[in-house]
Design a protein around this ligand. Structure first.
Ligand SMILES: Cc1ncc(C[n+]2csc(CCOP(=O)(O)OP(=O)(O)O)c2C)c(N)n1
Length: 807
């Protein structure tokens, strides 16, 4: 269905036709809209008698009225007009409803378009199917009330408000034929993420990207009061949006058919504007100045066409129509009568035939096949996904002849891998990063791609151009949301961020995980590329930034969510990072969290050992302990995370040197979900393997990158889970040295040694001397850092020496 994205601007007569719908077209538009409104109300209220073939009675009303009417007529009004545009132009379009609580309108749209029945054959286009459509809505065992995963044509639930534009912009990147029509609620427009997301056009390239058409729906009210933009002087709203760079087209009113004519004209102008910009750019005529992309401000009453006055108070055009404008219908004949009159005002007999099927009049408004917005493959992006052409990640490996000897910045290697992924996949891979690509040591990507920027570029700028495809915007919300939109429409990428500020967009991570989890239960939704998040500049090495930059909380969020979507990897070095990254980029429909710091760090494993280690997810590092495998160890020293792995191996080396009789086993965990039971997560280690690593009775001193509670949560249900003594980040942070950070959080090698001695099955000779020595070392550290402002040299430059080769 690819259209002519290289061709000239749309013909003037086509635009004129679009802008001036004939009386017949308005009749069709209005019929489809009435049918949609009828089905929307039916979904909210009715259990039976879907076509009102008999007078409405109170037993035919649902016992619990759950849903949102207020936004719905505006959403379906826009939808009807967008469909007409598609019919005339063959434009590929998807529809994103910011106020996703208008779910019944979008469900009704796909029902009228026939896609609903194609996907859910039990919901037929007849009386019984309509009854089923109504009954299932917001019902136990039915469908949710939002534009959620089961809604055909949706990539945006709109449950947590604020993300409609970020999803829309992500969807059109490298998608030149697509227009994402994004309805923004005026309440939604008060959120931080939405306010930041108008800037999407500053990163859009009309040559290779599609376009977003925002429609700011100023229906004036939110749940319980007016909206800021709804009450502002229209001139202020206009200048706000113009300031963001948009060409603002306004449509205001509630008169019919006048609104149909005015909106058709606005949409025609918008489409012509978009296509004109694209045609100029694609024909080589772009001067590089950021285009003024069109957008529409639609002022229509909340609850438009609903009951205007109920119980003596005004409903249409007020916050009272937000959810269910007529409550308490059972037992209130007056309300029942209003509801019936309201439903009949749409003249259902004209809209549905005797069998309950939408009439020809209504069906004429539907575009064909995949042009229907509810049937667009762009909104089921897995159908369009092309695997990445990935280089062999082994070629980026560090040469690690022995463990704990070489120091290197691990993420640099990942940057080199990404550079070549960019090179090989110029239309389906992007890195999204809040202004930190270089800082996170991923700057190799700039060898092949600039940062995307459609605003003014000056001679002082580096790697910044309108042709760039590295997405840097100082907004975690934008980065995260763009990547979501990009992957949900079938393309691949990474979001790389400072670990602490991943919490800014943590809610998006959670919402996207929910989406993927639900999608997994729907066979018609094809798997999409995973959402890959790199957390770097971690808590332990934010030496120069301090407490505000020290927060490993996202791990907790991801491990806590239900289901199999979330995965957390803590590669301890460059080669394990490469192996993990390759796996993530090949995976589908997961949220992959990868946590590793960017500072120079000790390298542990050769690439072959790294691959083997990552494949298992966790393993014994025999060379680091004294356990020869012939008997149970006295203590297990385990770790997950780069810095704490260094402390663990250093602790093991101290124990080996000072109390050689103590049998220590060192275990490293890369795949955190492996700690769970198999019944709780597909990566969960089977009990036998778990026992091979951790035994079922020996105490485990576990040094963890994140909050200690995470490990307790993960090992819940494992044999004698109380034996896990976890050290991790306990919110002791500040601007200080790397070793002081682990000391403050009681996760240093000396703390781990003391934990090991305190919890080992045997107390080896020399244990109390060693305890005293550890305390003395900690005291020395304390004095040293305060005096020298850096760590003690033997800690700072610690390497394992040649023991690992012989050990
Ligand atoms: C982030 C977030 N905060 C609060 C809510 C609760 N909520 C649901 S709908 C709504 C009002 C939405 O108003 P608006 O965006 O104008 O939509 P419309 O008026 O079209 O219904 C609110 C506050 C939410 N869904 N998401």
């Amino acid at each position: 269905m690819a259209t002519d994205h290289e061709t000239a601007a749309p013909a003037a007569d086509l635009v004129e036709t679009l802008a001036r719908p004939s009386a017949d077209e308005v009749t069709v538009l209005d019929a489809w809209w009435r049918a949609n409104n009828y089905l929307t109300i039916g979904q909210i209220y009715l259990l039976a008698n879907p076509l009102l073939r008999e007078p409405l009675s109170s037993e035919q009303i649902k016992p619990r009225l759950l849903g949102h009417w207020g936004t719905s007529p505006g959403l379906s009004f826009v939808y009807a007009h967008a469909s007409r545009l598609i019919q005339h132009t063959g434009q590929e379009m998807i529809y994103l409803a910011g106020p996703g609580h208008g779910g019944p309108a979008l469900v009704a749209a796909s029902y009228l378009e026939g896609t609903y029945t194609e996907i859910y054959p039990e919901v037929t286009q007849d009386v019984e199917g309509m009854r089923q459509l109504f009954r299932q809505f917001s019902s136990p065992g039915g469908i949710p009330s939002h534009v959620s995963v089961p809604t055909p044509g949706s990539i945006h639930e709109g449950g947590e408000l604020g993300y409609v534009l970020v999803h829309a912009f992500g969807a059109v990147m490298d998608n030149p034929d697509l227009i994402a029509l994004a309805v923004v609620g005026d309440g939604e427009a008060e959120t931080g993420p939405l306010e930041g997301s108008w800037k999407g056009i500053s990163f859009l390239n009309p040559t290779r990207d599609g376009a977003v058409l925002p429609i700011l729906h100023l229906n004036g009210a939110k749940i319980a009061g007016p909206t800021v933009l709804g009450r502002k002087d229209p001139a202020e709203v206009r200048s706000l949006l113009e300031g963001h760079g948009y060409d603002v087209i306004e449509v205001t009113g509630d008169d019919l058919p006048g609104m149909h004519h005015r909106f058709a004209e606005a949409l025609a102008r918008s489409w012509a504007g978009i296509r004109g910009i694209q045609a100029a750019a694609r024909g080589g005529g772009w001067d590089g100045v950021r285009p003024r992309w069109p957008m529409i401000v639609l002022r229509s009453p909340k609850g438009w066409t609903g009951p205007s006055v109920v119980d003596g108070v005004r409903v249409v055009g007020t916050w009272r129509s937000h959810q269910v404008p007529l409550a308490g219908i059972k037992g209130n004949d007056e309300h029942l009568r209003i509801l019936e009159g309201w439903l009949r005002s749409y003249r259902p007999d004209e809209l549905f035939d005797d069998g309950g099927r939408p009439t020809e009049l209504v069906r004429r408004a539907n575009p064909e096949g995949a042009y229907r917005m509810s049937g667009s493959p762009h909104a089921n992006g897995g159908l369009l996904t092309v695997d990445l052409d990935l280089p062999d990640f082994r070629e980026y490996a560090l040469d690690v002849p022995r463990p704990a000897y070489l120091r290197a910045e691990s993420t640099r290697r990942l940057g080199e891998l990404m550079r070549d992924i960019y090179r090989r996949n110029p239309d389906r891979f992007r890195l999204f990063c809040p202004d930190e690509t270089n800082s996170n040591r991923l700057g190799a990507v700039f060898e092949v791609s600039d940062r995307a920027f459609a605003e003014r570029v000056t001679e002082d700028d580096v790697a910044l151009s309108r042709n760039g495809r590295v997405m840097e915007v100082l907004s975690e919300h934008n980065c995260h949301g763009w990547l979501e939109g990009y992957t949900l429409t079938g393309r691949h990428g990474w979001f790389a961020t400072y670990e602490a500020f991943a919490m800014v967009s943590a809610s998006q991570t959670i919402q996207h995980s929910k989406w993927l989890e639900e999608a997994d239960h729907l066979s018609w939704r094809a798997n999409v590329p995973s959402l890959n998040i790199l957390l770097t500049s971690t808590a332990w090495r934010n030496d120069h930034n301090g407490f505000s930059h020290q927060g490993p909380g996202l791990i907790q969020n991801v491990i806590t969510q239900r289901g199999a979507v979330g995965r957390v990897y803590l590669p301890p070095d460059a080669n394990t990072l490469l192996s993990v990254a390759d796996h993530c980029l090949r995976s589908r429909s997961y949220v992959n969290l990868v946590v590793i710091d960017k500072q120079p760090q000790l390298q542990w494993l050769s690439i072959d050992d790294a691959i083997a280690h990552c494949t298992r997810g966790a393993g014994v590092w025999k060379w680091a302990g004294t356990d020869d495998g012939t008997a149970d160890p006295d203590i297990v020293l385990a770790s997950a995370g780069d810095v704490v792995t260094m402390e663990t191996v250093a602790a093991a080396s101290i124990l080996r040197d000072r109390v050689p009789q103590l049998r220590t086993r060192v275990v490293n965990v890369v795949d955190l979900m492996a700690m769970m039971r198999p019944k709780d997560h597909p990566h969960g280690m089977d009990p036998m393997l778990f026992n091979e690593l951790f035994t079922d009775h020996v105490d485990v001193v576990f040094a963890f990158h994140g909050y200690p509670g995470a490990i307790h949560q993960l090992v819940h249900g494992r044999p004698d889970a109380d034996r896990f003594r976890v050290r991790g980040f306990i919110e002791e942070g500040t601007t200080t040295t790397p070793f002081d950070m682990v000391v403050r959080n009681k996760a240093s090698r000396y703390h781990l040694v003391m934990d090991a001695l305190n919890n080992a099955r045997r107390t080896p000779p020399g244990a109390s001397d060693l305890m005293a020595w550890c305390r003395q070392r900690l005291a020395e550290h304390q004095a040293y850092v305060v005096e020298h402002l850096q760590d003690m040299p033997d800690v700072r430059d610690w390497v394992l020496g040649d023991w690992a080769e012989t050990g």
